[in-house]
Design a protein around this ligand. Structure first.
Ligand SMILES: O=P(O)(O)OC[C@H]1O[C@H](O)[C@H](O)[C@@H](O)[C@@H]1O
Length: 282
């Protein structure tokens, strides 16, 4: 069977041998293997019992990024820490296997629903190919009035060694440096490298990016409907401060997170929105 459900995790396999796993908790993609190699990072300290967002994979940030003064929601919203419903297999052929999840306001715990009191339906479609994974978030505003939101596909990539990682496609872009009190800067490098704590929101990013993992392999990122890209590595002190992250794991991960977070996205009553990414091993 190309798709199986076991203990609230959906296991997907492609005829080529590539596989993916999606936890119903957060609809978090927690594994993506191509040629037997795990391409996503999940901390060995990650909590998977549904009491905290899973530290790794592709958590979904929605409807806020970080925290907002006047919105009573946990950091990064509720999508990553709510149970989603598995809709089923959308299609399954030699090219790709596609599965879908949904989250409606009525599925939220009341505290979370009160924090963002709108009627909405999120759909999340995960499509596994031979060397690719495509993750697309759809949103329908089921209210009469406009609401605004932020969202992010918070992808944690496995990095054999962070010292060898480079990110292409960010040159000449403005970024907000969250490590330097939100100061705005211009990226001048062809390739972004990580040698210390990095937490940056690159704004208005072209749709094609590439992350290189030294000589081992690269992963291309094609995004659609999402304007910005966050690059994050907690480095030493922040790693120590996170209870669900091993102190040494910052050597082995990089987050390159496509989303719309620098400005609110407005969605009119009854309207739909979609945004997503395709990751492909090169
Ligand atoms: O610890 P979390 O709530 O999962 O957030 C993890 C990280 O997410 C994003 O990358 C933010 O830009 C960071 O500032 C934040 O530290």
């Amino acid at each position: 069977m190309p798709v199986e459900e076991k203990n609230k995790v959906i296991y997907i396999s492609h005829p080529s041998g590539s596989t993916a796993e999606v936890a119903l908790y957060g609809a978090t993609v927690t594994s993506w293997k191509v040629a037997g190699i795990e391409r996503l990072f999940v901390s060995k300290e990650a909590i998977r019992d549904g009491s905290k967002a899973i530290r790794g994979g592709i958590p979904l940030v929605f409807p806020i990024f970080g925290t907002k003064e006047n919105i009573q929601l946990p950091q990064h919203g509720f999508a990553r820490n709510s149970y989603w419903e598995f809709v089923g297999v959308i299609h399954d052929n030699n090219e790709e296997v596609s599965v879908r999840f949904t989250l409606k306001d009525t599925q939220l715990e009341s505290k979370l629903r009160n924090g963002w009191p709108y009627s909405f339906r999120l759909t999340y479609t995960v499509t596994l190919g031979e060397k690719s994974i495509n993750t697309v978030l759809g949103l329908k505003n089921e209210d009469e009035d406009t609401f605004e939101f932020n969202t992010l596909l918070h992808t944690y990539f496995n990095a054999p060694n962070i010292a060898d990682v480079t990110v292409d496609g960010l040159k000449s872009l403005n970024f907000i440096d969250k490590v330097a009190n939100g100061i705005k800067e211009l990226e001048t490098r062809d390739q972004v490298t990580i040698h210390s704590e990095v937490d940056r929101i690159y704004c208005n990013v072209p749709n094609h990016l590439q992350v290189n993992f030294g000589k081992d392999y690269s992963i291309s990122i094609e995004k659609t409907g999402l304007k910005d890209t966050v690059v994050w590595n907690p480095w030493i002190e922040k790693s120590k401060a996170m209870g669900d992250f091993d102190n040494e794991e910052y050597h082995n991960m990089i987050c390159v997170e496509v989303g719309s977070v620098a400005d609110w996205v407005k969605l009119g009553g009854g309207e739909s929105w979609t945004g997503g990414q395709t990751l492909c091993v090169l």
